[in-house]
Write a protein that binds this ligand. Structure first.
Ligand code: SAM
Ligand code: SF4
Length: 427
C-alpha cells in the first residue's frame, strides 16, 4: 500500500520538477512515507528523522515532509516535536502536497493536511512515463477498513472502508496494459468486501472478471483477503479465471479460537481450515501465505501451541510473523493481561523456526518442475541473472540477463533454496 502511495507522491512531485535521487544528501526535498501498524516501523521513522535533521543542518533549504499512517496518527504532534519538519501529509490528502509546498515556498509556512473525510478523489493517475517498461503494477481498489480488529490501527489512520469506482480502476488497468504491464495486484485492506457498501457497484468477483477481460494483462493478483469475507464465489473464481494467479495471502493471526475472538477476527480456526481445504480442492497447487501475531494479550502457552499446530497442519508456503505491539486507539491496548516481551520473543523464534522448515520442505517440491515465470528484472544478488515470479508468487532467479522485463518464460526449477528458487533456462 505504501509503495503504491509513494509512487503517486513521486508523480505529484515530478509535476513540480522534482526527480528521484539515490543519495539523500543530494535531495532538495525528503518525504518519509510512514507505516505505524506496529511499533517497530514507527521507531524506524523517528530514527530516520534524526538522520534527516543532520542533513538539514548541512542544507537549511532542504524541505522535509512526513506522510502516511504515522503522519495521520500524530498530526500536529510531529510538527511540534520536530521543529525542522516542514509538512505533514495524511493518508487521504496526497493532492494537498501542492498546497503545502506552495505555502512553504511563498510564505515559509509549515503546514499539515490530515483530514480523513476530504471530498477530493484521493487517487492520482500515473502518466505513461511512469508505467512503461514495467512488468507488474499495483492498483489500489479501496481505502480504509471497517473491521476494527482489536489490535489494528488501520481503521483509525486510513479511515472507513471506501471502494474506488470500478470504472476508474479498469481505466487505470487498461492504461497500464497499453504500456506493456502484464500483471496487476489489486490492493485493499479487505478486498473481498469490495463494492459491498456501494449500491450498484461491481462485487469483487465481478471486478476480477472485468480485469480478466483486459487485453494484455496476463496475470491478476490481489491482497489482502480477510478470511471472514472469503466468499464461495471468490474461491470458485480461482478454479475459473485463467489469469487469476494460484496464490492467496490469507492472514490467520492466531490458531486459538479464544484469541481470534479477542482479536475480533470474526472466524474460528475450523472455519479457516474449511476455507483452506476448499481452496485447495478448487485450485490444486494454490500457494497459501499468511500473517501471524504472537504474544497477543492473554495468549497462553496452550493458545500458542494451537498456533503452531495449525501452521504444521496447513503447511503454509510462507508466512509473515509479528510480535504483538500496543497501538494507539486500539481496543487491545486496554487489555490487562499483556504477555512479557521475552515470552513473545521466544514464541516468535519458535514459530519462525517451524515455518522455515516447512517453507524449505515445500520449496523442495518444486525441484525439476517446469514453471512459467514473469520476468521482473535483474536478480538482486547476481547481476548476471534475471529474476521473476511463478504464478504461485515464488521468486525465481535464473541465468541470463537479456530477458526483457515483462516477458513470460518457461523454465525448469533446478535448485530450491530457503527463500527463493533457482531456475535453469537450458531445459
Ligand atoms: N488487512 C489485513 C488483514 O485483515 O489481516 C492486514 C493488514 S495489517 C496492515 C498487516 C499485518 O500486520 C496484520 O495481518 C497483522 O499480522 C500485523 N499487525 C497489525 N497490527 C499489529 C499489532 N498491533 N501488533 C503486531 N502485529 C500487527
Ligand atoms: Fe486491520 Fe486488516 Fe483487521 Fe482491517 S481487517 S482492522 S486492516 S487487520
Amino acid at each position: 500500500m505504501n509503495v503504491y502511495d509513494s509512487e503517486r507522491i513521486s508523480q505529484l512531485l515530478a509535476a513540480r520538477n522534482y526527480r528521484l535521487v539515490e543519495d539523500p544528501s543530494d535531495a532538495d526535498l525528503i518525504f518519509l512515507n510512514t507505516c505505524s501498524v506496529r511499533e517497530k516501523p514507527e521507531q524506524k521513522v523517528y530514527s530516520l528523522l534524526g538522520r534527516v535533521r543532520a542533513l538539514k543542518k548541512k542544507n537549511p533549504k532542504l524541505i522535509v515532509g512526513v506522510g502516511g499512517c504515522l503522519a495521520q496518527q500524530e498530526g500536529n504532534g510531529l510538527l511540534e516535536r520536530f521543529p525542522y519538519l516542514d509538512f505533514v501529509l495524511g493518508t487521504k490528502e496526497f493532492k494537498q502536497i501542492n498546497r503545502l509546498l506552495d505555502d512553504l515556498e511563498a510564505f515559509g509556512r509549515r503546514g499539515m493536511a490530515t483530514s480523513l473525510n476530504g471530498r477530493v478523489d484521493p487517487y492520482v493517475s500515473l502518466p505513461s512515463s511512469a508505467c512503461s517498461g514495467k512488468a507488474t503494477a499495483l492498483v489500489s481498489i479501496m481505502q480504509g477498513c471497517d473491521n476494527f480488529c482489536s489490535f489494528c490501527i488501520v481503521p483509525f489512520v486510513r479511515g472507513r472502508e471506501v471502494s474506488r469506482p470500478s470504472g476508474t480502476i479498469l481505466e487505470e488497468i487498461q492504461t497500464l496494459a497499453g504500456h506493456g504491464v502484464k500483471e496487476v495486484t489489486l490492493l485493499g485492506q479487505n478486498v473481498n468486501s469490495y463494492g459491498n457498501r456501494t449500491p450498484g457497484e461491481l462485487s469483487f468477483v465481478e471486478l476480477l472478471e472485468a480485469v480478466q477481460g483486459i487485453h494484455g494483462i496476463e496475470r491478476i493478483r490481489f491482497t489482502t483477503s480477510h478470511p471472514q469475507d472469503l466468499s464461495p464465489a471468490l474461491i470458485e473464481a480461482f478454479g475459473r479465471l485463467p489469469k487469476l494467479c494460484e496464490h492467496i495471502h490469507l492472514p490467520l493471526q492466531s490458531g486459538s479460537n479464544r484469541i481470534l475472538e479477542r482479536m475480533n477476527r470474526g472466524y474460528t480456526r475450523e472455519e479457516y481450515l474449511e476455507k483452506v481445504t476448499w481452496l485447495r480442492q478448487t485450485c490444486p497447487g494454490i500457494s497459501i501465505t499468511t500473517d501471524m501475531i504472537v504474544g497477543f494479550p492473554g495468549e497462553t502457552e496452550a493458545d500458542f501451541q494451537s498456533t503452531l499446530e495449525i501452521i504444521a497442519q496447513i503447511r503454509f508456503d510462507d508466512l509473515f510473523s509479528f510480535k504483538y505491539s500496543d497501538r494507539p486507539y486500539t481496543r487491545a491496548t486496554q487489555f490487562p493481561d499483556k504477555v512479557p516481551q521475552e515470552v513473545s520473543r521466544r514464541r516468535l523464534m519458535e514459530l519462525q523456526a517451524l515455518q522455515r522448515r516447512i517453507t524449505c520442505e515445500r520449496n523442495k517440491l518444486w525441484e525439476g518442475k517446469t514453471v512459467e515465470i514473469l520476468v521482473e528484472g535483474r536478480s538482486k544478488t547476481n547481476a548476471e541473472q534475471s529474476m521473476g515470479r511463478t504464478r504461485t508468487n515464488h521468486i525465481v532467479n535464473f541465468p541470463g540477463k537479456s530477458y526483457p522485463m515483462g516477458s513470460l518464460v518457461r523454465l525448469r526449477i533446478a535448485q530450491p533454496l530457503a527463500h527463493s528458487l533457482r531456475g535453469d533456462i537450458s531445459s
